[in-house]
Design a binder for this molecule. Sequence first.
Ligand SMILES: [Zn+2]
Length: 219
Amino acid sequence: MTIIKEMFENNKKWAKKLKRKDTDFFSKLSKQQHPQYLWIGCADSRVPANEIVGLMPGELFVHRNIANMVIHTDLNCLSVAQYAIDVLKVRHIIICGHYGCGGISAALKDTATGLSANWIRHIQDIAEKYKPNLKKETDIKQKINVMCELNIAEQVYNLARNSVAQDAWEKQKLTIHGWVYDIEDGLLNDLYCNITDTSILEEKHSAVIEKIFKKYNID
Ligand SMILES: [Zn+2]
């Protein structure tokens, strides 16, 4: 059996299994979705959003791109966030990176090619911003992990400063979380960014960055 054929067979088994648990599962889901959370994560195949947090179809609204970035002009990501907030009324946005991220690695080693090299440039800008601290870490694997955390802090900051989040805070509750997933043990690390409004943004952001520097002894 070809792999593609096998995927369709797997799909039939999966749908059957869910229907066995709840006969109306798909008919209920087809009428409406009520996810409580928006997940902005890396496109990496080892980080399946729903699975690692034990949520079912319909429970997590998802956007993924290389190195889980929130870029001020990325209409794709920002439209997802705006729709999630305004229409789906999600109250929690989780930006989740992962240790050993290929996008971060390519940025630090300057190995990205083609169109993706432009995207990765944003990560290189962050590395440049924190260059004096990053220089203190000589082990490349560890440096990539430091950058994975710094990147999350920066992306949380980017989203919090964007008009999509700023508008949301004028009318509803919204918390932006920053997490990093460890592909080596399957566990999530909460960086405790937890931005709940603009007034705490700058202070929280600096505190999270300081905490990362302390943790890796590069302050
Ligand atoms: Zn990645």
